[in-house]
Design a protein around this ligand. Structure first.
Ligand SMILES: Nc1ncnc2c1ncn2[C@@H]1O[C@H](COP(=O)(O)OP(=O)(O)O)[C@@H](O)[C@H]1O
Ligand SMILES: [Mg+2]
Length: 284
């Protein structure tokens, strides 16, 4: 996909959600969320386990259809678009390391990312239809550019399964970048050690310096404080705060939510017990 998209005007939010909500039966997983994401920034979405973070991503990426509200991306209403249409507008989500094809080369994985994101689906990507063959060179070029961006150009011919966890995560990011998105949604996978996590945060920073905007669900509060430009805090499906890390760490509602979830045995932003350390809201 080589269409060039005009850059957003300064001051125009990249993404806006207005009164966004979704119910699953009686449960309001996301409720009345109104928020903006600015271009050229890293926006972190945090909140206790069950706060609605993943659901929020699923709504933005078109995986779920909201039961209320509106989503606007670069001035266009994308509320009712399907996942591949959302990708076509320039929003991509990183592939989980579990969806990487271990036996295929790093390059083939990145090419699959290109096709999944720009075509009808995975089956289409795996079955080489005539159209796919015609698009092969374009896919290869896009995939190679994406691998270069994530620092994997030198490993393109290796089987993806030969990479360590950080390398696989980079492949997952490359698969998403192959569609040349404006906005990357990233929900870090479990199983990264602290050094790998720091490396990946450096990569995210570099990508943003290169013009990408990133929204990420981050489990480690301390990393969010050091990395994010803007933090959106969800609690029980609702937005309770949005602002800079300094602002958020002083917000009484955030501190309350954090302490409340802590009292119930879960630290804010820590969804998998034992995976993280030092996630306290004051550990900035
Ligand atoms: N497909 C679904 N069907 C029913 N309930 C769901 C579904 N997806 C999420 N939920 C519920 O919505 C709430 C928010 O979940 P989620 O967005 O995964 O939270 P988080 O990512 O912040 O931990 C939880 O109570 C969860 O059980
Ligand atoms: Mg989640």
């Amino acid at each position: 996909m080589t269409e060039t998209r005009p850059q957003p005007l300064p001051q125009t939010p990249l993404l806006q959600v207005q009164d966004l909500g979704i119910r699953f039966g009686g449960l309001h997983a996301v409720r009345d969320v109104t928020a903006s994401l600015q271009p050229g920034r890293i926006t972190a979405i945090i909140g206790p386990n069950g706060a609605g973070k993943s659901t929020f991503f699923n709504l933005i990426s078109g995986f779920y259809q909201p039961t209320s509200g509106r989503i606007t991306f670069r001035g266009e209403d994308i509320t009712r678009l399907r996942t591949h249409e959302v990708v076509g507008r320039g929003i991509a989500r990183t592939f989980q390391t579990t969806t990487i094809y271990q036996e295929l080369s790093v390059l083939d994985n990145a090419m699959i990312g290109h096709r999944v994101r720009t075509r009808a689906g995975l089956l289409d990507a795996l079955l080489r239809t005539g159209r796919e063959r015609r698009d092969e060179e374009e896919s290869r070029a896009g995939a190679l550019r994406a691998l270069d961006r994530v620092g994997l150009a030198g490993q393109a011919t290796l089987p993806a399964g030969a990479l360590n966890q950080e390398g696989k995560k980079r492949v997952g990011i490359a698969m998403a970048l192959a569609s040349d998105p404006h906005l990357l949604l990233d929900e870090p996978a479990a199983g990264m050690n602290p050094e790998e996590t720091v490396n990946l945060m450096g990569l995210i920073r570099d990508l943003v310096s290169g013009g990408l905007s990133v929204a990420l669900v981050e489990h480690k509060m301390s990393l969010v404080m050091g990395l994010a430009d803007d933090i959106l805090v969800l609690h029980h499906g609702q937005k309770i705060a949005q602002g800079t890390p300094a602002h958020i760490s002083r917000d009484p509602a955030v501190v309350e939510a954090y302490l409340g979830s802590h009292a119930h045995g879960g630290q804010m932003g820590q969804e998998q017990a034992g995976r993280t350390q030092g996630t306290g809201v004051n550990h900035a």
